[in-house]
Design a protein around this ligand. Structure first.
Ligand SMILES: [Zn+2]
Length: 99
């Protein structure tokens, strides 16, 4: 994994608002429109899901405010997008030589 230190890169993230009256909406993939598989990694956060696409492999974050009538669906960036954003950031510091 990462070496010493870290730096920050910026990336755009489009968020889709899903209206619905169900407790948990059945969102579709923002890339290929397949119905997403919902995972709940935090058992004490029933309003927050990782939504993955079994067709194209895209990952999304799905959050539904308790008092809201819609949920937010944000597709998470994949590695090519992260690499592209990293290149756009531009400045690369030379690594310190050890020894
Ligand atoms: Zn998909």
């Amino acid at each position: 994994m990462a070496g010493r230190g870290h730096r920050t890169i910026s990336i755009n993230c489009n968020v889709i608002l899903i209206s619905g009256e169900e407790d948990v909406p059945a969102p579709s993939c923002t890339v290929c429109r397949e119905i997403l598989d919902l995972h709940q990694p935090e058992i004490d956060r029933p309003d927050r899901f990782l939504a993955t696409c079994g067709n194209c492999g895209a990952w999304h974050l799905l959050e539904q405010p308790e008092a809201g009538d819609h949920a937010y669906l944000a597709r998470l960036p994949d590695l090519p997008e992260l690499l592209q954003a990293d290149r756009r950031t531009g400045i690369r510091r030379p690594r310190a030589q050890s020894g």
